[in-house]
Structure formats: C-alpha cells, structure tokens
Design a protein around this ligand. Structure first.
Ligand code: SF4
Length: 494
C-alpha cells in the first residue's frame, strides 16, 4: 500500500498540515467547515481548522508542522524546499471546491520529491470522497469533522502494518482506495465530537497570525474562534448541517472565554471573527457569554454571523457593549418564493427588522444576497435589488448561487441540467456563474450580480454615510483598498 513507503518509523510521525499555495498566486477564503470562495477584497482568513488538527495531533505525541502557504505567499518551489527540510511522513491538506484541482496538483508535486502519505480534509473531499481519492496524489480523505479521525488514522499509519487493512476499515470517517484489492472503501460515519470542550484550543503558535487581515479590522490582524458547530436548518445551498451535523453543539461560555484570553495574551490579537452559523441562536448561552466578556473586562472587537430571525434589541445592545462591531446576516433574496424554495425559513420582514434593530443597537450590518437560486428570473432579481435598498444595511455582498457538491442545490441543478460548468475551479461564488436558472443564463446572473453591487454602493445615500464613517474611523487605508478591489471586480470585463 502507499503507506509502505515510510521507512522504519519508530518515533511518532512528523505530520505537515498544509494550506497549499495557489499556483496562480490567487487568494481564497478556505476553512475546513466551509465551502471556499475567492477573496476579492484582499482578505486572508486564518487556518483555524488546521490549527485545531495540529493541536490534537501534537497532544497525541506526533511532531506536527503547519504551513499556510497561501498566507505566506509561498511558491511551489518554496514549499518543496520546506518539505525536503521537515521530511513529513504525512501531509494533511485543507482543500475546497474552487481550489481542489490546484491542491491535488500541489500534492502530486510533493509526492515527486518526497514520499509522504497524503490526506485531504475539507467540505469538498467530504462531499466527493470517491472522486477525491481517485486522484493518484491522494491517499486518504477524512470525511467531515476531522479531529478524532486524524489521530486514529495517524496512529494506525504509525504502526506501518500493510497487511492489516481490517483495522484501517474500522477507522470511522475515512475514505481510501485499498491498493491490495483495488476496492474503494468508505468507512462508517464518525459520530460528532461531544462535548466540544474536550478539544484543545487551536495551536495558533503554528500560524502566521499577523498575516490574517480583513477590511473591517483595517490594519489589525484578526483571529477566528469557533464557539459552536452544527446547524439545524436545511437551506438547500449550504453544507453546514452536513459537515458538522444538524444539532447545534455549543462550547461552554467559560471555554470560549479562556480561548479569547489566550489569543489576547499569547498572540496579542484583539480582533476576532466568531465563525459560527449563528452566535445568537441560544439566547441564554449568548447572554452568559457576553456577561463574562464584560465582567472580565475583555477588550476586543468582534464580528459574527446571525440569522435574521434570531436577534432582539436586548441581546444586540449587550453585544455592542461587549465589543461587537458588525453582524453578517444571510438575507439571500428579496423575494419570498425564492426564500421558500431555498428552504431558508425566514420572512422578508425578519430581515427588515434585524437590520433596523442592529442599527438601533449601534452595530454595523452586512447583508449577504444570492442571485440564481431556483426560480430566479428578472422580476425576482428586481425584487432583491429593491429590497436591499429598502432594508439598507451598512454593507452588502452579492454572490452568484453556487451549487457546491453535497448540497441539495447541487442535486437540483444537476437533475435539471442547470450546471453550465463541471470545472470545480469555477465554483468560487464571486466572479463566475456555474448555473443557469429556468429563465436566466449564467451570463445574465453575472451581469445581475454586478448591477446589484453597483446599484447599492454607488448611491449618494450610501457614499455620504460611508464618508462620514471613514472620517470617524482610523485607519481607513485598508477599507479604501478593499473598496477599490471590489469596484475593480465589479467593472472588470469578462
Ligand atoms: S441557517 Fe445558515 S448555516 Fe444553517 S443551513 Fe442555513 S445558511 Fe447554512
């Protein structure tokens, strides 16, 4: 089998966790539990998921290293030089749909110079394990939540017993090709981790923390913290519930606070994005968490997501006092039928109310919209354009509907012959459309996305408000740079 290439493993293995370099030097937003998208505003997100895996593997006695080649702006040759030096026996790479082709190409190049076992993690390979391991550069895929699985798999590989494939087949949550029999094996699903407090904090000492930036935090680097996992809703375009389960698993407020204290104390970062599908779903938990931030006098700025139907003024005011700067809402559409077909389970009035309350509490709002969901036509697009100006959030982002593999939307689009591209590199949400709808072509969706962004941002009302805001916030250079990047994207010709 492939792993027989490891020679005389006595101590526990050296394991490299890798965010592969993009061979075209582009940046993508990649996180193990997310679908991945092209970064168009110059943002660079921390590899917190890889840092979690690094932490559990280190605790289990292996020797880990982590290279975020995208953040470090490494070329392939730079990476290969580091690999020859570290000589990992296993390389665990974070992949996503738009970067999959790139990432397996990088793994193939690694295998040419160094015989490491390769393991993929992330939403794309979890949705398409067979297709992923059919690539000759991929030895194993870990499906969904990876912390327990990676330790078990590495423990097995460390023993280096090629004939014992039965033990390998008993490891839950993996896929591989058995090279003894030629059979594709997908093992039993792994139960989700509970309680989440048993996980160590992400090993951020392995990350290039000062390189992670996003426009809303200006020149300040930021960290991401994951307080909950799982989502009970079933929006057809989203994989959250499939990757981390339909039940919301919540860390204790004390556990999350301890991680924040460590971030502030050990790496000096005071800007945090809570990466959870909704921080506000459990009000009792949230109020307790906010109360602890305030009583400990923790001073940091933060951003989170929320569902529009899960906020009220009391919690928003406390969030503001505890340092919340911006809330992102998935508004998705200004047409109720489109929302209903997408199983979003919100009413248009919920979005209007959430944006109003957020503004009243003194928090900025970002509304995300999607154009091209089932049923989209010129009228529903017009409804969305009218609605986004009516609810008037501080910022919007408009994505073209992207049927990521593993979503119900992907199955619907495939069955109806709506997919116009099967090249995963096109599945990047920002600049290319890979579906059409019953009435609109992919090109019309791209044009509508650009029109929506222009109509929202190039309005006297928005421009005046932003100029006023910029005068009152420093530094402003990063936001101006981000704005210019977005505008360049809006106007670039295809
Ligand atoms: S509520 Fe949000 S996280 Fe949950 S399924 Fe819908 S889009 Fe995904």
């Amino acid at each position: 089998m492939v792993y027989s290439k490891i020679e005389n493993v006595k101590a526990k293995m050296r394991v490299l966790f890798l965010n592969p370099p993009d061979l075209k030097r582009e940046k993508f937003m990649k996180e193990i539990g997310r679908c991945g998208r092209r970064a168009v505003a110059g943002e660079l997100w921390p590899q917190t998921g890889l840092a979690y895996l690094t932490a559990v593997v280190k605790d289990a006695g292996f020797t880990p290293a982590l290279i975020d080649a995208m953040a470090e702006n490494l070329s392939l040759n730079d990476l290969l030089a580091q690999i020859k030096k570290f000589k990992p026996q296993a390389v665990v790479a974070n992949t996503s749909t738009p970067t999959f082709k790139n990432d397996v190409t990088v793994l193939a190049e690694i295998k040419k110079v160094h015989p490491a076992i390769t393991i993929l993690v992330g939403t794309h390979c979890s949705a398409l394990p067979q297709e992923s391991v059919s690539h000759p550069a991929v030895d194993f895929v870990i499906i969904n939540e990876a912390e327990d699985t990676i330790v078990e798999l590495l423990d097995y590989l460390n023993k280096k017993d090629d004939s014992d494939t039965e033990s390998l087949r008993r490891i839950k949550g993996i896929a591989f090709n058995d090279t003894n029999t030629g059979e594709f094996i997908i093992t039993e699903p792994r139960p989700y981790i509970e309680p989440l407090d048993r996980l160590p904090f992400p090993a951020r000492e392995f990350l290039p923390n000062d390189r992670y930036h996003m426009p809303f935090f200006g020149r300040h680097p930021f960290a991401t913290v994951i307080p909950t996992r799982g989502c009970p809703w079933q929006c057809i375009f989203c994989r959250a519930g499939k990757v981390w389960g339909r039940k919301i698993r919540v860390r204790s407020p004390e556990n999350v606070i301890a991680e924040i204290e460590q971030i502030i104390k050990d790496i000096g970062i005071r800007h945090i994005v809570f990466m959870t599908d909704s921080l506000t779903l459990n009000k009792k938990w949230l109020m307790e968490f906010l109360d602890r931030i305030l009583t400990r006098n923790l001073r940091f700025q933060w951003i989170c997501n929320s569902r529009v139907d899960a906020v009220d003024l009391e919690m928003l005011r406390l969030m503001r006092r505890a340092g919340c700067k911006l809330i992102s809402y998935g508004v998705e559409s200004g047409n109720q039928q489109i929302l209903d077909r997408a199983k979003k389970a919100i009413r248009l009035e919920d979005s209007l109310r959430a944006i109003q309350l957020t503004r009243k509490a003194g928090i900025l709002s970002m509304a995300y919209f999607i154009l091209g969901l089932p049923g989209e036509n010129n009228q529903t697009i017009q409804d969305t354009l009218t609605f986004m100006k009516r609810i008037n959030p501080d910022y919007i982002n408009v994505h073209i509907a992207t049927p990521f593999p593993g979503t119900e939307f992907y199955d619907i689009a495939k069955q109806n012959n709506w997919l116009v591209s099967t090249d995963w590199a096109d599945y990047e949400e920002e600049g290319s459309a890979v579906v059409r709808t019953e009435e609109l072509s992919a090109e019309e969706l791209i044009a509508a996305q650009r029109r929506a962004m222009r109509e929202f941002y190039i309005r006297p009302r928005w421009v005046i408000r932003e100029i006023f805001r910029l005068r009152n916030h420093s530094p402003i250079s990063a936001r101006i740079r981000a704005g210019l990047n977005v505008i360049r994207t809006l106007f670039k010709s295809r």
